[in-house]
Ligand binder design. Structure first.
Ligand SMILES: [Mn+2]
Length: 435
């Protein structure tokens, strides 16, 4: 993503702001244990606006009636830090690389922020962050407020993330390219898992095979903790232990995907460990697949997201009736939420810089948003029949199936960005049995 994209995003945010000042902070480094750290992951809203990928940085956007200004505070070069952790870009490096109006030393931030706040009445921050740098800004605002003779002081503190995330909802072609890159690598990883899977392996061995593909192709990381769930483990929705043995005759559900330049993919496939679906597995699989294809096919600009959710629940209820799991009329069953026992989660979520992109699902009046060109959503219906659930026909017990793709809303409807990943029973069995 080059500088002009970040510049355009800041311009759009400034457009949405009243006069005032917005302050965004980078993500802190997270301790893993004692003195070792998790790999660094930048705050998505901060990254969206400036593309700067170091910790201890602050982005300030200023809007006055006649002008606007952007300042990025970064950490100066430090020889000791460079020896242990690698060189930071430093002040000169950041000046060369970034198109903000000013680069300043973050060591000056606490002093500078008081000056910067002095002329403004509106302060935009992430209201729900406890970042130390934001607390410094709030204390500076407080001390200005109690200074007699100050011309102006902050009267409103507003949530900047709502504005940024409204922008993040619509992806540009550069963002879609990054997502495509992530999906392409993830596609190869799922096919690799299907190919190498054998009865007697451990779940983590499939995760390892996929991680190799992610890293070997330059993906920055897993976009989220991989779920590799053999047999009945698939019925634990957020199963991440991934340590059980994969047994002959069972399915394995894999919900795993990588990130490319901080853009996520999010893919689930469910396939037979021995490479061949049993009769019962095939029945449930095709029921879920049929729902998934119909829901995807209903996506186009103007369709409301909550309509799609209801539609998916109707289809899943019909599937449960057809499989003989539920008995009765669809409407009454849905009224009683009977389907929720076997299909407990939503049909999908926004996806982008975060795997669950925290963009709004409703407008400011609370109405469900309608799809627009450039939105990206996952579609991931599932049916889950626990091994010990006697309300389910015996041959379906212990089967948990989810099928998830990443869908881009286009002018004419949609594009399935992950359509290259094997999905029909025939396609999956073919890849599972490739040498
Ligand atoms: Mn998902």
């Amino acid at each position: 993503m080059n500088e002009i994209h970040f510049y355009n995003r800041r311009a759009k945010l400034l457009d949405l702001m009243e006069e005032g000042i917005a302050i965004l902070t980078s993500a802190p480094i997270q301790t893993r244990s004692n003195d070792t750290e998790f790999p660094y992951r930048q705050n998505s809203d901060f990254y969206y606006l400036c593309g700067f990928n170091e910790d201890n940085a602050v982005l300030v956007l200023i809007k006055t009636p006649n002008a606007s200004k952007t300042i990025l505070f970064v950490e100066a070069h430090n020889a000791e830090h460079a020896l242990w952790n690698g060189a930071r870009l430093g002040i000169d490096g950041a000046r060369e690389r970034f198109s903000v109006d000013e680069i300043r030393d973050v060591a000056e931030y606490a002093k500078d922020v008081k000056e910067l706040l002095r002329e403004h009445i509106n302060l935009y921050i992430d209201l729900y962050s406890d970042s130390a740098r934001l607390n410094e800004a709030k204390s500076a605002a407080q001390s200005l407020h109690s200074t007699r003779g100050a011309k102006r002081h902050i009267r409103s503190i507003l949530d900047v993330t709502y504005l940024i995330r409204s922008l993040r909802l619509i992806k540009t072609s550069e963002e879609i390219d990054a997502i495509r890159r992530a999906v392409t690598i993830t596609a190869e990883a799922h096919h690799e898992a299907m190919r190498v899977c054998k009865s007697g392996m451990r779940e983590y061995q499939l995760q390892a095979a996929m991680s190799y593909v992610f890293l070997n192709n330059g993906a920055s990381a897993e976009a989220y903790g991989a779920i590799v769930a053999g047999g009945n483990n698939a019925n634990t929705l957020h199963y991440i232990d991934n340590r059980d043995e994969l047994r002959d005759g069972n399915l394995v559900l894999i919900d795993a995907a990588c990130e490319w330049e901080l853009y996520a993919s999010d893919i689930t496939r469910t396939f037979p460990i021995n490479g061949k679906f049993s009769e019962g597995q095939r029945e449930v699989y095709n029921a879920v697949l049929d729902v998934q294809l119909k829901v995807i096919d209903a996506i186009k600009p103007g369709v409301k997201r909550d309509w799609l959710q209801t539609y998916s629940e109707e289809l899943l209820s019909d599937a449960l009736i057809a499989l003989g799991v539920l008995n009765g009329e669809r409407e009454a069953l849905m009224e009683a939420k009977e389907h929720k026992k076997y299909a407990p989660h939503g049909i999908g979520h926004w996806m982008g810089l975060d795997v669950h992109d925290p963009c709004p699902y409703v407008d400011e009046t609370g109405e469900s948003l309608a799809f627009e060109v450039g939105m990206v959503m996952t579609i991931e219906p599932g049916l889950y029949f626990r091994a010990d659930d006697e309300s389910v026909p015996k041959r379906y017990r212990g089967i948990g199936i989810r099928i998830e793709d990443n869908i881009l809303v286009t002018e004419n409807g949609y594009e399935n960005l992950s359509s290259m990943i094997a999905k029909s029973v025939e396609e999956i069995e073919a890849v599972c049995n490739q040498l």
